[in-house]
Design a protein around this ligand. Structure first.
Ligand code: TA6
Length: 310
């Protein structure tokens, strides 16, 4: 079984405007709502491919109900812990249609209550079995201390399940200490976790290899629109995404991770894993929502993904 753990999901409010002008009353052309929070997107990808998975984490309030409804409408099986008296946070994404890129402002979200944390621990202890894949992705809610985060990761490791983590800051350091199977930092997160101010891809690769030596099977370093560097003990790949007509870049990294998890769960080789991950992430960029993509388009895009074996 594959579990995706989003400790702090979000209701994404995506606002399309012509151009964002400071000190100006910017008029929106369109506003859509979508799933936010990161590991949620992994479940959306897996469910779209008919790969069995359970989305868990913590929801609260009316926003939580709306996000869960959006997930269920995409055939995602949800088994979340609900925190009473709070509200699932919102992310505001402003997409100027006259230029590439977007602006994201995310609420920090509720403070997790002790009994909620205990319920999450109990759920993971009960559900996760040896050989499962467990994906932690997204910024945890406040009051999830590094120690609490470590406790959750240790449950997964103690079960001999495959731990996949996409998070930043001190939490990423915990994932490295826990010898996660796969981590997916972006450049800023990678510099922070290594404590190295790197500037060249060679320097990134050097540090990624050190992490492989420390027991991280796969370091998938996201270079954003420039693609990614994939490092394992045996191989280093530089992956270049296809050129696509960008509509909204929000969620590309999360859908990329979903594609990688799908292929890993089917024991595909590393090249195939990250060719598909890159292609489905590119498909997401062509869609308005933060969790939208098209499998048929991703298969087409796979042909234009370039891989360099370094
Ligand atoms: O990566 C896109 C996204 O998942 C958005 O949907 C938005 O919810 C945001 O990231 C949440 O990121 P955070 O790191 O705050 O969990």
């Amino acid at each position: 079984m594959i579990f995706t753990v989003t400790l702090n999901p979000a209701l994404d409010k995506i606002i399309f405007i012509d151009k964002l002008i400071k000190n100006h009353n910017n008029k929106s052309n369109k506003i859509i709502y979508d799933i936010g929070g990161k590991a949620t997107h992994v479940s959306v990808v897996l469910s779209s491919m008919g790969i069995e998975n359970i989305a868990t984490g913590i929801f609260a309030g009316e926003n939580g109900k709306q996000v869960q409804k959006l997930l269920e409408n995409k055939d995602v099986k949800c088994d979340y812990v609900w925190q009473e008296g709070d509200e699932t946070r919102e992310s505001y994404v402003v997409v100027p249609t006259t230029e590439e890129g977007s602006y994201m402002i995310t609420q920090r979200g509720f403070g997790i209550k002790e009994n909620t944390f205990q319920k999450v621990k109990e759920k993971l202890c009960k559900l996760v079995k040896e050989g499962d894949i467990v994906v932690f992705s997204g910024t945890p809610p406040s009051k999830i201390t590094v120690e609490k985060y470590r406790e959750l990761l240790e449950i997964i490791k103690d079960k001999n399940a495959k731990l996949i983590v996409d998070v930043g800051g001190e939490y990423l350091k915990e994932a490295v200490k826990s010898k996660a199977y796969l981590i997916k930092p972006n450049e800023a997160e990678f510099k922070e976790v290594t404590g190295k101010e790197m500037g060249t891809e060679e320097e990134y690769i050097l540090e990624a290899k050190k992490m492989n030596e420390k027991g991280i099977e796969i370091v998938a370093l996201s270079l954003g629109k420039k693609g990614s560097i994939i490092s394992t003990k045996d191989k280093t790949l530089r992956i270049y995404p296809p050129k696509v007509e960008e509509v909204n870049d929000t969620g590309c990294g999360d859908v990329f991770l979903g594609g990688a998890v799908a292929m890993i769960s089917q024991n595909k080789d590393i090249e195939e894993v990250f060719t598909f991950a890159t292609a489905i992430g590119a498909s997401k960029a062509t869609k308005e929502g933060s969790s939208d993509f098209e499998l048929s388009q991703a298969l087409e895009f796979s042909k234009d993904v370039k891989i360099e074996l370094l």
